[in-house]
Structures are given as C-alpha cells and as structure tokens.
Design a protein around this ligand. Structure first.
Ligand SMILES: [Zn+2]
Ligand SMILES: [Zn+2]
Ligand SMILES: [Zn+2]
Length: 326
C-alpha cells in the first residue's frame, strides 16, 4: 500500500493520482484527519484534528475531486417516485454519435418518458407549494434540470463545447487544428415544452465535423475567388458552389463551410467564442485612443488596458495610494 509520509523520509512513497485515493484516505484517517463532504460538495476536515502539514495539504489539493467523489453520500430524493426518474437509463451517451431520437417509435418513447417526467415534477412542485406562478415555473425548471435524461444532458454538453470551439456539436469529438467545420448545422439539443400539451425535440444550429454535416455541405467546392476582408486590404480565398461556401474563421483561420444566403457575409466564425473574440478585439482597437494616458505620478505617457487607469504601473499605483493616505 502506498503511504503518504512527511518529509520524504522513506524513498518510493509518493502521492499519485492513480487508484490510491482510498489508500490516501485510509492513511489520513490513521493520522487522525477526519474528512467529510458537506451539502455543497466542499471537502472539510475536523476543526480540532491535527494541524495541516504542507505535504498533507498538497495531497488533499491534488486529490480533491476524487476524495469528494469517494466521500459524497448518495443523494436520495424522497419526493419523486423512482420509476418516473428517466435518468435510470444506463446507456453511455457520450459514446453515442448521433443523439437525435429517430422519428417513429424511438421518438415516441422519448417524448413519452419526457412527459412522464414533467408530470412527476409537476407533482413535486405542487407539493412544495410555490407562492406564485413565476416561482412555480422556476421550481419546475430546477427540478427538470435535476432529473433530465442522460441523453439530453450529453446533448447540452456537446453544444456548449461546440460554442467554445474545437469540438463537434454533433458527435462531441475534438477537432484537430485546421480541420474544416460545418457551421450552423441543426443538432439535437434535448427536449422542450415541458409545460405545453405536445412536447418534442429541440434543435440548435452549431458547428459540426464533416461526419456530422449533411452530404450537400461536404461535397468538394468547384469555384473560388479572393475576398477583401478588412480596410487594410487583406484578402482570403473563398471557395463556393451553388449553395455552400467556405472561408477561414475571422479569428482562428479554421476553414468554415456555411450555407450561402442572399445576403453577403463578409466574415464567418467557427464558433461562438471566435465570434465574440473578433468583436472584442475590434472594439479594443477602435477605442485605443481612449486608453492613451499620462501617469498621474511619474507623468509618463502610456497605453492602459482599462479606460479609467490613472497610473502606468503597480509601483506608481502604490505611490499614488500612499500619497492619498497622507
Ligand atoms: Zn461530429
Ligand atoms: Zn475560429
Ligand atoms: Zn507612472
């Protein structure tokens, strides 16, 4: 058994992130450190236990999440009947490539399970007695989030990952550098309409990989031309076909295939992060003159990172602070 020791007295006694979390826990308990996890998932030690040594402290930090997982008591909700809990499916949804429930029997079943869940949640909310309609709706959505199906949780995770960039919103796969993305493709985003008479699947348009894109988007493009993309005159090559065009992302240069619209699109973005990064950068370039300052302390000119900066450096800031205190 691996032992955690202070001061590296015995060779080979290391703390690793492998399967030694239980060993670490046993060892800590043997030394009198009683660990527990509170309701909010925070790890804590007995207040009147032995004092922390740096070694113990670092061992706790390195294994924090694993220890929390090990110690966390199972959450039992007595309010809801277990048979209406849809999350009981033991499918590993992270391994399923296409999460969209197929039209027909499968979709009917998914809708049915979702409705059953909504009704169970409704009972829970009514029992809790919200003070008005709005509070009732909010409680409903909180309860639905707690009990959502594994498929819907996975779908949401993929869409969030795709918005941050570098991941396919359809299959969740990490994209390699310079790999083409297919923008604004509809992917399954979970169910919606828990309070409506006819719930159904919800779709969101995100960037996906070639395998998840429709065929017409991934066929080779025959024509191309140079496009001017900014006032400096820099150009990029745009490839296009009847309905589809390809241009590099305005922020990260990843090739982006997108549907052509009647409106001219001067730039495209591979993901939401690249989109706001582009606009943030442009705004910061445009407003650069507002950040040209003269330091109040040393009277040097400087370019600040914030519009209200008054001093050029931490040293000058400290000086100004001392002068103010006098
Ligand atoms: Zn994909
Ligand atoms: Zn990008
Ligand atoms: Zn200064």
């Amino acid at each position: 058994m691996t032992r955690v020791t202070d001061g590296n007295k015995s060779p080979g006694s290391t703390i690793s992130n492998g399967n030694t979390t239980q060993a670490l826990l046993d060892d800590l308990e043997a030394r009198g450190y009683k660990l527990s996890v509170n309701e909010r998932g925070n790890l804590s030690t007995e207040p009147d236990g032995p004092p922390m040594t740096p070694v113990i402290w670092h061992a706790l930090q390195a294994n924090y999440t694993k220890l929390v997982r090990l110690l966390k008591p199972p959450v039992a909700d007595s309010n809801v009947v277990t048979e209406t809990n849809v999350r009981k499916d033991n499918t590993d949804w992270s391994k399923v490539v296409n999460l969209t429930p197929e039209r027909g029997e499968e979709r009917e079943r998914v809708v049915h399970e979702y409705r059953a869940l909504c009704q169970a949640v409704d009972v829970v909310v009514k029992a809790a007695g919200p003070k008005d309609f709005i509070e009732g709706m909010m409680m409903h959505s909180v309860e639905m989030d707690k009990r959502g199906s594994g498929r819907d949780i996975e779908a949401e995770r993929r869409i969030e990952a795709a918005k941050k960039g570098g991941a396919c919103g359809g299959c969740g796969r990490a994209l390699s550098d310079g790999e083409t993305v297919y923008a604004k493709v509809r992917v399954y985003a979970g169910m919606w309409g828990s309070l409506t008479p006819r719930p159904g699947p919800r779709f969101e348009a995100v960037s996906v990989c070639k395998g998840c894109a429709p065929k017409y988007m991934s066929t080779p493009l025959s024509s191309s031309f140079e496009t001017q993309i900014d006032a400096k005159g820099s150009t990029v090559r745009t490839y296009y076909d009847a309905g589809v065009a390809e241009m590099p992302c305005a922020t990260c240069q990843r090739p982006v295939r997108h549907e052509r619209t009647t409106r001219w699109q001067p730039r495209v973005y591979c993901c939401y992060r690249c989109e706001y990064t582009y606009h943030n950068r442009r705004r910061s370039e445009r407003d650069e003159h507002l950040r040209q300052k003269v330091c109040e302390v040393c009277a040097e000119g400087f370019t600040a990172t914030r519009a209200h900066a008054k001093t050029c450096s931490p040293a000058c800031k400290q000086k100004a602070y001392r002068q103010r205190r006098k």
